[in-house]
Design a protein around this ligand. Structure first.
Ligand SMILES: NC(=O)c1ccc[n+]([C@@H]2O[C@H](COP(=O)([O-])OP(=O)(O)OC[C@H]3O[C@@H](n4cnc5c(N)ncnc54)[C@H](OP(=O)(O)O)[C@@H]3O)[C@@H](O)[C@H]2O)c1
Length: 282
């Protein structure tokens, strides 16, 4: 039987997941399918209860369903529970729905691949933003053993809530204090939507960062955000957001189709070309 998986969202048209999984299905000559399913929030629970009937062995979940998908699953891994959201689902042969969150895996695997030196003489990390993506990045950094994370968000109360949830290694700092905070940081991660096409750029002065520092932006449209351009101009190592998107897809593909796929320069070029071709859809 042809194995089928899908991405569930509302809307779902913008999702890049079919481009990634479609590439791998072809690459590994797997007789499988990966489709888009536009599901309204009020229909998510029943859609997931009928996932098998719809012909699927698993799914990715995108906005606005990530929290509800976690609630709908019978079991969830530690990452999904701690992050409070699921992006990858699969059915057991007995029909049990399992949930995982692979965003932290995606972020950390890409960071390790693109800037393997990131943790050497690190000091602190500054994370900007306190939304869903920030939760995944904090989880990944804490799991990797980072001793101190400074968290700055426009709405300080959200940073404080996240800091309280993740424990004493995470400290909220004022959004206005982000430039000074950088002096102690070997890694800066932007998880806000600033710098994304259609959004204002992130205003930040990188001059206090050590010369060995790494700057990561999880925004991937455009691939070279104004933040990364500024970091490159200062001679800092840069990590763009597309790799996180590609690596987060790896565990789901392996689970559904039985092959652990590789993130290669050719895949990156393929997805990048798709992003460029559909920039007007953002
Ligand atoms: N590369 C990947 O695989 C990947 C994965 C997930 C997400 N992303 C990207 O990450 C970004 C954030 O996603 P999310 O799901 O975390 O979104 P979210 O939950 O909506 O959070 C948005 C964050 O951006 C901040 N923000 C928005 N506008 C701002 C402004 N004008 N000034 C200062 N801060 C502002 C928000 O601050 P407030 O709390 O003050 O509103 C909040 O911290 C998006 O661009 C998304 O595409 C990339």
């Amino acid at each position: 039987m042809t194995a089928r998986a899908c991405v569930i969202g509302w809307p779902v048209e913008h999702s890049r997941s079919p481009v990634i999984h479609g590439y791998w299905l072809k690459q590994y000559e797997i007789e499988g399918a990966y489709e888009k399913e536009a599901v309204r929030p009020e229909d998510l629970k029943s859609f997931l209860q009928q996932l098998w009937t719809h012909g699927y062995i698993g799914a990715n979940v995108t906005l606005p369903h990530k929290e509800a998908a976690l609630r709908a699953a019978r079991s969830a891994d530690e990452a999904a529970v701690t992050i409070g959201a699921a992006n990858t689902l699969w059915l057991d042969p007995d029909g049990t729905l399992h949930a995982s969150n692979t965003d932290a895996y995606g972020f950390m695997t890409n960071l390790d691949a693109e800037a393997p030196q990131w943790s050497e003489g690190l000091g602190a990390v500054l994370v900007l933003g306190a939304g869903g993506a920030a939760r995944a990045v904090l989880y990944g950094l804490i799991k990797a053993g980072v001793p101190q994370i400074l968290l700055a968000n426009r709405t300080r109360a959200r940073a404080e809530t996240l800091a309280a949830a993740f424990g004493p290694r995470v400290q909220a700092v004022d959004w206005e204090a982000r430039n000074e905070a950088l002096g102690a940081c070997g890694l800066l991660v932007n998880t806000t939507s600033l710098g994304m096409t259609g959004q204002p750029p992130l205003e930040i002065d990188l001059s206090a960062m050590p010369n060995s520092a790494v700057v990561a932006d999880i925004v991937y449209v455009p691939l070279e955000t104004p933040l990364l351009a500024a970091a490159r101009a200062r001679g800092l190592a840069c990590v763009d957001g597309l790799g996180m998107l590609l690596y987060q897809a790896v565990p789901g593909f392996e689970r559904w189709f039985g092959v652990r796929p590789e993130v290669t320069p050719d895949l990156k070029a393929h997805v990048k070309a798709h992003v460029m071709a559909t920039l007007g859809d953002q």
